[in-house]
Design a protein. Sequence first.
Length: 656
Amino acid sequence: MAKEKKAEGSQSKGLSPKEYTTCKATTQMLEKAQKDGVETAFDRAANMKACPIGADSACCKHCSMGPCRLNAKDPYGKVGVCGADIDTIQSRNFARMVAAGAAAHTDHGMSMLDVFREVVNGEIKDYSIKDPVKLLDVAQSVGIETEEKSTQDIAKELYQELERTYTQVEGEIPFASRVPEKTLETWRKQGIVPRGAMREIMDLMHRTHMGVDQQYENITKQISRTALSDGWGGSMVATEISDILFGTPSPVQADVNMGSLKEDMVNIIVHGHEPNLFESMLVSVNDPAMVQAAQDAGAKGINLVGMCCSGAEMLCRHGVPHAGNFMSTESILVTGAVDAMAVDVQCIKQGLAAVAKCYDSYLFTTNPRCHIEGAEHIQFEERTPKECTDDIVIKAISRYKNRTARVEIPNITNSGIHGFSHEYIKYMLGGSFRSSYWPLNDNIINGRIRGVAGVVGCTNPRVKQDWVHVELVKELIKNDILVLQTGCSQIALAKAGLLTPEAAYLAGDGLREVCEAVGCPPVLGLGSCVDNSRILIAASEMVREGGLGDSLAELPVAGAAPEWMSEKAISIGQYFVASGVFTAFGVTFPVTDNTKFRDLLFDGLEQQGMGKWGFAVDPQDMAQMMIGHIDKKRQELGIDKARERVLVDMADRRAA
Ligand code: SF4
Ligand code: MSK
């Protein structure tokens, strides 16, 4: 048994892992890491006090006359050297978070569109159009005439149309056609319908340069416009094109948690966000020559497991097991059982390199945008994807053969149902001949279901891993709120066993009745961060179905990212708010209290016909905020008395 190598700068200080995570597998691995003298982000978070001025967003470093620090306790008592006040400074900071988050999602979407173009042109042969029905649906949704046209021709037209999502300099993005009319009218009135994502991000970066836009309300308009170019643009293209190329998810039973690793197999983890790397890896690990090579090395076979968002996407699309969310990516390496971890983009901690080194695991970067000091880079080329993934598999097999690290795999897996695309939700509720959102709307109107919540986003070492997600969702379903999930939050709830139909016993009477009738869990897993766009489409379908108002802002729905950490989360939150949804965040919120900018985000935007932000650290407080909002919307719709179970017929529905 080889002794693990200590990470450089290791400073474990006897922290009790149970204080930092509710994930039992992660706890076990953090305890092992402490014994092995290996440091993780949990240790670093405990040893690094967050900068209080930065946390309040009361500082600016946009030029070298500064950096300028204002006093959050007396926010209007001081201005920066250039005269910028607290509202300018914090709205510019918030804007740049949105710009970065939107850039990440839209660049991901553009990569998918690049692959799609090359597949359609015949330049890429390793991928193909797996879901021609979805191709037709998406093409029709943006106004492309599909009658008597070949799949190839429709695909070419769709590419041309969707390219506008990124490059268009004037006009409205293609998926504006999916936005409920009244919501779109609000956006038009506010001047925030996105043109193309490149234009919006460029505009936002320009206006937040020193000495440009110094009026927080005007900056906020461009913040919303940019975020909408993410949700209804880049992210939506990423989801729709991935479905067309790799298949639209439908429910699949699959395991999550670290027990998905197998001691007697070659374990390969793919972690990141773009599904093309993972899709190619799936082909490589099933190649008979690779399987034979693994067996020749003494392994039973090759075990492919996902993490984070590309993991969540493959879990939903193909039922590939998932080992854990963002705050477990270092801990999984501590098992000693990971022969190779292949990463692409987003949420890849640089700390992975040091932990991988301690356990002699391979860490491979594959994307030109993401190299990591200490990791080996094997470039992934879409035209020859298998060259990269085969290479990684071969190296993983060699590591298996020469394993020296002590292997300890937490014996925990949680089975659940994943893969509820918005198409499947429609089918599940209405059946194959009358697929429809009406049964959902009907059950909301008659009060069995109180409302719908999207609970999404990251995990963050500043709060106990998974705890806020799980407690929040339990409280929501107990109050008859159907929960839709994506990303790391979905994995947290899957580990807690709530993505099973049996979990309906935790739901209130009304929601339980519906779940039992349909046979679905009270918590539906939709996929990765970009798949939040599925929630937008589902909400738009609810508006179109009728009976719940004419705009997204009128729906009895709410959103939350209770353990968020990334700039992408801020962009997601803002596009939900601008779309009309009350959205609560936890951990911390990057604004100063008692300022005009904060009031605008937490109140003013709602008065303009959009949604609004909320903030709470405690899951019960957050749940009460969301339930209160849903009840307010029910009251405005006149369905607040319906929790007495009034039956609604078609005439009532039209009149509502
Ligand atoms: Fe200071 Fe103004 Fe420069 Fe910001 S832009 S660092 S507030 S002088
Ligand atoms: S991976 S953005 S930690 S959800 Fe999308 Fe998870 Fe948040 Fe990354």
